[in-house]
Design a protein around this ligand. Structure first.
Ligand code: F6R
Length: 625
């Protein structure tokens, strides 16, 4: 059993589609499928495998699960010592059998010549499609991948490594590819440009994968490819060239065999398990923290924090809501202006750069394409003070940032983020008090109190988790509803947003969140007896305000479901149901109030019978725009 700290070093990379390939002298079909199974939790809509058996290239694809590929392999008796396997999450072209990878391009005799699996997007694929069609290539899919495989075939020089090198110069986009050519059946060529790709060094066999997790139990060492690098993978040798075409020595990292925590134990879903892992995840994230004088955000952070005059946060989804919460903390404690930008919006608008700003990317996976682009965009605008808060230490976003804080949530399997969010908030609070400290705005006593409060978090979270039975009772009612409104104020508004997102994602119930003061400016029109309204109402400076907002809801017949603390004096009444939180949490309360909302969504979805860990249409991490 490995510890949370071991997990930190697992160098997991998270992405949407999955690539697993091998060059061996034994039948690797079942090993490749096992690798795909290890990536299944990230979500996919189709899968496939191509195997070369010394004579011909065979392929099996499926719109079902990897298990179906296994069944078909047995049925068709396909084997091979070299192969490419893939799970697809549709980007170009609908989820369909023909769009599933691997894609083939055949020679003149009609035999498959080149096989390709691909993650990411080739942006300029349309530039090639027509001309390839004009010279006789027939397309059976709507994918950019099939255009690429025909292009490789068309430009094949007799050496697939050279061919990939030439073709890469023509491509635009973010991608990772693995290519096999039946004329050179002892090698697979891989290339990375914007999407993760790793090489696994085995004994007498070598692997290529979009994630070390898929192959970590088969190899001794892992090599992380960088953008622009191309690898020539053979059984006994691995050569990598950089973007300028020079052969390079790559660092080899010991592979840590990560046994996927497939043991759900008493839990029914990974999401539930991960919610209950939160005390440990927070404790691990704070491990070793004795004082704020340590350079916990990286070398030079104390000096840099003194020079910045604002913070620009870029993130997506749940990580964006963590950033929104941080705005309240940083502005109030450190008196530094904070702008929080949805990464996909920030990239494409004319913003006014401030070179004295700290650009902070928040991302669980560290591979989210929009967040990575936003970070690069900020740098291109001259903002060089960059930092990430991330759960994957080897991810692209971490590598792209000057300073980093690695949350230690451990791998998060449920698509809907829970423990990653809570550890992000923990790290962000730590950043807020560190910034305050660097500006002399924190007394010694305050530092001691805040650090003590942070260390108390795991046990506070444990107490909140014990509310589960009460929340389960509410879930019964929510599961019969089509719409839910979430309200919060101040630093709890982002928590209401996160509660609504969780509800949408896993129960498919339409949920909206508003800052409660906005009710009368529009959303009040939605409130009827059929619309449950969830309120986050801790005893803070805005309590009386939110109580008035609750009255506005009650006056329209709305039913209130309130999370409050004992001192709020909000009690069960007609149309008002209250769950009292075990303690009063002060400035840290957003972290604690997020947890009952996670449980409410989870139990509502459980009653509705949705695919909680793999909600429809969603992938664990979004490595395409
Ligand atoms: C929601 C969720 C997503 C992610 C978002 C960003 O439960 O998980 O909204 O937060 O896709 O992902 P990361 O944090 O990996 O950049």
């Amino acid at each position: 059993m490995i510890t949370y700290f071991d997990k930190l070093d697992l160098e997991l990379e998270v992405f949407m589609c999955g690539i697993v390939c091998a060059v061996s002298n034994r039948d690797i079909s079942s090993i490749l499928l096992e690798g795909l199974s290890r990536l299944e939790y990230r979500g996919y809509d189709s899968c496939g495998i191509a195997l070369f058996d010394n004579k011909e290239l065979n392929r099996i694809r499926s719109m079902k699960r990897v298990l179906d590929l296994k069944k078909q392999l047995i049925e068709y008796q396909f084997t091979g010592c070299i192969g490419l396997a893939h799970t697809r999450w549709a980007t170009h072209g609908i989820p369909s059998y023909n769009n599933a990878h691997p894609h083939f391009s055949s020679n003149e005799s009609g035999k498959p010549h080149i096989a390709l699996v691909h993650n990411g997007i080739i942006e300029n694929y349309e530039d090639f499609r027509d001309s390839l069609e004009n010279i006789g290539y027939r397309f059976e899919s709507q994918t950019d991948t099939e255009v690429l495989v025909h292009l490789l075939n068309h430009l094949y020089t007799g050496d697939i490594f050279d061919t990939v090198q030439n073709v890469m110069k023509l491509l635009k986009g973010s991608y990772a590819i693995a290519v096999f050519c039946s004329d050179e059946p002892d090698r697979i060529v891989g290339a990375r440009q914007g999407a993760p790709l790793v090489v696994g060094v085995g004994e007498g066999e070598n692997y290529l994968s979009s994630d070390s997790l898929a192959i970590s139990d088969k190899v001794k060492e892992i090599i992380y490819l960088e953008d622009g690098e191309i690898v020539d993978l053979r059984r006994h040798c691995i050569n990598v060239i950089n973007k300028d075409g020079f052969l390079i020595e790559k660092l080899r990292h010991s592979a840590v065999n990560f046994v996927l925590t497939s043991e759900l134990g008493k839990y029914r879903h990974y999401m539930q398990k991960e919610i209950f892992e939160q005390p440990m995840a927070v404790a691990d994230t704070l491990h070793g923290l004795d004082s704020l004088s340590m350079e916990i955000f990286g070398r030079g952070s104390s000096k840099l924090f003194k020079t910045i005059d604002s913070v620009l946060i870029v993130a997506c989804g749940t990580s964006y809501y963590a950033g929104m919460t941080a705005k309240y903390w940083i502005e109030s404690l450190a008196k530094i202006r904070v702008d929080v930008e949805i990464a996909s919006e920030y990239i494409y608008r004319d913003s006014v750069p401030n070179v004295n700003s700290l650009v902070l990317a928040i991302s669980q996976s560290g591979e989210t394409a929009d967040t990575l682009s936003a970070l690069k965009h900020a740098k291109s605008l001259g903002m060089k003070n960059t930092m990430s808060i991330c759960n994957v230490s080897t991810s692209s976003i971490v590598r792209e940032s000057l300073l980093n804080y690695i949350t230690r949530a451990g791998i998060e399997i449920g698509v809907a983020s829970t423990k990653a969010f809570i550890t992000q908030l923990t790290a962000l609070f730590l950043l807020s008090i560190s910034l305050a400290n660097s500006r002399g705005l924190l007394t010694n006593d305050q530092e001691i109190i805040f650090l003590k409060d942070l260390r108390h978090l795991p046990s506070s979270i444990g107490a909140v988790l014990s509310l589960e039975p009460f929340i389960m009772e509410w879930a019964e009612y929510f599961s019969s509803k089509e719409n839910v409104l979430f309200l919060g104020r101040g630093r709890h508004y982002p928590i209401a947003l996160e509660g609504a997102l969780k509800m949408k994602e896993i129960s498919y119930i339409h949920a909206e969140a508003y800052p409660a003061g906005e009710l009368k400016h529009g959303p009040l029109a939605l409130v009827t007896e059929h619309m449950p309204v969830v309120v986050v109402a801790p005893n803070d400076a805005l309590l009386e305000k939110i109580k008035s907002n609750m009255q506005e809801v009650r006056a329209r017949g709305g039913n209130l479901y309130v999370f409050a603390d004992k001192y709020s004096k909000i009690l069960n009444d007609s149309g008002i149901k209250v769950i009292h939180m075990p303690e009063c949490y002060g400035i840290l309360s957003p972290i604690l109030y997020a947890i009952p909302l996670q449980l409410l969504s989870y139990h509502t979805a459980l009653i509705l019978g949705t695919d909680i860990d793999k909600p429809r249409n969603l992938a664990k991490s979004v490595t395409v725009e």
